[in-house]
Structures are given as structure tokens and as C-alpha cells.
Ligand binder design. Structure first.
Ligand code: AMP
Ligand code: MG
Length: 328
């Protein structure tokens, strides 16, 4: 069975084609880069409308798959930016109608878990999902993926990007901060904002920008922001592992490309006798292959939608989405 998946929740427009056993036959992506400042949902959506049709063509060609060999069309139904989601959903509906193939709705956060789960071979890991817009600790329990902890304000990637823009840098901030942080030597004092299982970043953003205004050195600032933010994430991940009695952690989201975060989570998990896994970067960031693979699982479990029922859900909650392919 071959599934084509479409991702368009935020800046990434992506089409993946996935066969049996999560074999990624092709992945074609194009990222919206705002000329200045942060992402504007309407402009990102316009970008997606422009590139998605040719990404579908590229993905089919690279996979050497003809439209009549595609068994189902999956799309990210939410959560995400409304205009961006609608761009991807419209293309998915059109392909489903034109090819007469079932349409499969997929939750974006669940897709991050499922691609990491299958690639890791770990049966029931916890997911630290750290991306631009989302920051959540997710684990499966009693029929659903549950959000055990999350950001109370902005996503960690969004925090990094805003901090970097405040220093005069450009989007995306995460990779640039990672490079700058390698030269940092002094750990500056920043608010460590953990509230039970949750985290918050806006206080650290204000404090870091204030230190910058007072002349703090850039490498030290970058180093301190990374160490503080990633310690917060590692702490709530460890607490979630302890509470749920789980051992393994998988990582997902753009910020999970970060070497320091990967290492901190690895050391924490191994010190508890558990394992960690992070997918290759192309499957860690938003991508159509994770949507296609989750579409596989959902379709086999009987999840499809009519075009009429396929409205996007910008605020779709991970824990409200049924996952009938998972067994307790
Ligand atoms: P996503 O929202 O999952 O598409 O990921 C985008 C976010 O990941 C942006 O906020 C980037 O700044 C961040 N990001 C990408 N690469 C890295 C990295 N190496 N370290 C930290 N953050 C990163
Ligand atoms: Mg994502």
C-alpha cells in the first residue's frame, strides 16, 4: 500500500510518499522564509498554494509512482495556522477526488510521534516534541496520545527565533544560536521557568533581551539561552518518564535537530536506564512523510473522512484524536 501525505501546518509545504513498513519512497519540501520578522499566515499559505502542485509532481516522480498506484491521500488536519492548513487540505481533497482515493485526516503532533516510533523500533516511547509553534511532552495512555506537559506561552522554537530577531539576526534563529552557543563560556542567569509539567519562555525572552541591551556577549547569551531552555525541557521530560513509568524518549520537531538538546535528553534517559532516538533531520522537522506514514496506520484502522467532513482544525488537540491503531 502506498500513501501520499501532505504537510502544510506552518512554514513547511511538503509532500511525502510512503510504502509498507514506513519506507519513505520520496519526500519533496519547500519552506516559506519570511523576508523580515516572523511568519505571516496568509503569506505562508500563498507560498504553499504556489508550490504544492509541483511538489506533488516531484514526489511522484522521485518515488517512481503513478497516481493510480497511490492508495490513499493523507493530510495534516491540525493543529496549525488556518490559512496554511487550508492550502494543504484543498490539494489533498482535490487529489482524492481526481484519483478517486480515500482521504485520511492526520493530527500533526501524532504524526511526529508515529514517524519517530516506527524509525526507532521503540514500542511505546514518550515524545518530546519541540518545534516552532509547539512544545509538548506526549505519551500514549488508554486509547489516546496524552499531552503530559507543554508550554504555557510560546513554543521553544518561536522563543529562539524571537530572541535571535531581537539580536538583529534572521529567521530561523535555532541553528544560528546553536553555532553561536558553541563559543559561549559563561552561563548567565536567566529565569528557569518550569511549572509542574509545563514550561514558559516569554520571561526568559524578556530577560535575555535585557541582558543583550546591557552589553552581554552574544556567544554567552546564546549558550545561556540554550542551556536554560533545554534544561527546562529535559526536566519535564524526565518527570513525565517517571510519572508514566516509561523508559524510552523519542524527539521530534525542528528544535530536536539541536545537538545540545539531543545530548542532554540522551544523558538523562540513559542515566535512568532508558533509550533515546531522534529521527534524521529531514523527518524531525515538519514533513509530508510523517503524515503519509500516520495516514497508513489510520487508514488500516479504518480512519477516513468525506470531503464534506474534512474541515481543517487549527486548534485540534492531540488528546482528542482517536488512534485506533494503537492497542493498550
Ligand atoms: P518546525 O516548527 O518543527 O518546522 O521547526 C522550526 C523551528 O526549529 C524554528 O523555530 C527553528 O529555529 C528551530 N530549529 C531548527 N533547527 C534548529 C537547531 N539546530 N537548534 C535549535 N532550533 C532549531
Ligand atoms: Mg511540527
Amino acid at each position: 500500500m502506498v500513501v501520499l501525505g501532505i504537510e502544510s501546518t506552518a512554514h513547511t509545504a511538503s509532500v511525502g510518499i510512503v510504502g509498507e513498513d514506513a519506507k519513505v519512497l520520496s519526500l519533496a519540501s519547500d519552506f516559506y522564509l519570511p523576508p523580515t520578522g516572523g511568519i505571516h499566515p496568509r503569506e505562508a499559505a500563498n507560498h504553499h498554494v504556489e508550490v504544492l502542485p509541483s511538489l506533488v509532481g516531484k514526489a511522484l516522480e522521485a518515488a517512481n509512482v503513478r497516481p493510480n498506484e497511490v492508495d490513499a491521500v493523507a493530510f495534516a488536519q491540525g493543529p496549525g495556522l488556518g490559512p496554511c492548513l487550508r492550502a494543504g487540505a484543498t490539494v489533498a481533497r482535490m487529489l482524492s477526488l481526481a484519483w478517486n482515493r480515500p482521504l485520511v485526516p492526520v493530527n500533526h503532533c501524532v504524526a511526529h510521534v508515529e514517524i519517530a516510533r516506527v524509525l526507532s523500533g521503540l514500542d511505546d516511547p514518550l515524545l518530546l516534541y519541540a518545534s516552532g509553534g509547539n512544545t509538548q511532552v506526549i505519551a500514549y495512555a488508554r486509547g489516546r496520545y496524552r499531552v503530559l506537559g507543554e508550554t504555557l506561552d510560546i513554543g521553544v522554537g518561536n522563543f529562539l527565533d524571537k530572541f535571535w530577531l531581537g539580536l538583529g539576526g534572521t529567521f530561523p534563529g535555532g541553528p544560528a544560536i546553536e553555532a553561536e552557543a558553541l563559543r559561549g563560556t559563561e552561563l548567565l542567569d536567566l529565569p528557569f521557568s518550569v511549572h509542574g509539567m509545563d514550561v514558559a519562555f516569554s520571561g526568559m525572552l524578556t530577560a535575555a533581551l535585557a541582558l543583550h541591551a546591557k552589553g552581554a556577549k552574544r556567544p554567552d547569551l546564546a549558550y545561556s539561552v540554550e542551556v536554560t531552555a533545554y534544561s527546562m525541557l529535559t526536566e519535564i521530560t524526565e518527570r513525565a518518564l517517571a510519572h508514566r513509568g516509561k523508559e524510552a524518549v523519542v524527539l521530534g520537531g525542528g528544535v530536536a535537530c539541536n545537538g545540545r538538546l539531543r545530548e542532554m535528553v540522551r544523558v538523562m534517559a540513559e542515566s535512568r536506564g532508558g533509550a533515546t532516538f531522534a529521527p534524521p533531520k529531514s523527518l524531525c522537522v515538519d514533513n509530508g512523510a510523517m503524515i503519509a506514514w500516520t495516514g497508513h496506520l489510520a487508514f488500516h484502522a479504518g480512519v477516513t473522512t468525506s470531503v464534506e467532513g474534512s474541515a481543517v482544525q487549527p486548534r485540534q488537540r492531540t488528546d482528542l484524536v482517536p488512534t485506533p491503531w494503537r492497542k493498550d
